[in-house]
Design a protein around this ligand. Sequence first.
Ligand SMILES: CC(C)(COP(=O)(O)OP(=O)(O)OC[C@H]1O[C@@H](n2cnc3c(N)ncnc32)[C@H](O)[C@@H]1OP(=O)(O)O)[C@@H](O)C(=O)NCCC(=O)NCCS
Length: 180
Amino acid sequence: METTAKETEQFSGIIRPLTEEDIPALRQISEYWLRDSGRVAYDEVEGDIATLRESLAENSPKHMFVAQTQDGQVVGMMGVAETPKDPLIPFTQTDKPCELIIAYVHQDFRGGQGVGTALINASLDLARSLDKKEILLESGPRHTHSGYPFYDKQPGFKRVGVIKDFYGKGAHTIVWRKTF
Ligand SMILES: CC(C)(COP(=O)(O)OP(=O)(O)OC[C@H]1O[C@@H](n2cnc3c(N)ncnc32)[C@H](O)[C@@H]1OP(=O)(O)O)[C@@H](O)C(=O)NCCC(=O)NCCS
């Protein structure tokens, strides 16, 4: 019998909205991924934590999901901002865009275990329920190997541009877009 390519596992935990209690675990995940030559980029970590907290406010235009394993461990986060950040606006195609934000999965649970897929599907469902017509995201050079292949594999996501020097001189960010 012919062998077929391995399919992404389906995440067996749950995807649910962020709560304040999740933040310490998510800070650790952020600190793991936001490093340059081993040094944690604390300003970026704090920026992400501030966004997580902002999303908890009533009527916030930012919405965050977390992935939780069956035994209760919080292993990932991803969310949607109802309005893309300004530098993304030139890449929009409709009058109802949104942005995919803060996509990180714990190092022991990523790369084919289905956590990121479950989180992005929840985020896309939310975007559609908000009557959005497209979703954009940007990802900097730090994530070239750890993140870009994931976005390139997502159905309907296309690389639509580069924002030069977005993360500092020579540190360009790539823009992806999916229209619904
Ligand atoms: C990007 C990320 C959120 C994706 O989540 P994930 O849990 O790894 O995603 P999944 O397990 O659902 O993977 C879906 C598919 O993408 C593939 N994939 C995910 N990351 C990959 C990588 N770095 N290189 C190659 N393939 C990758 C998986 O192997 C799987 O492929 P398959 O369908 O052929 O099995 C996660 O890998 C991550 O946190 N990466 C490090 C931080 C990062 O770069 N974040 C992006 C910041 S913008």
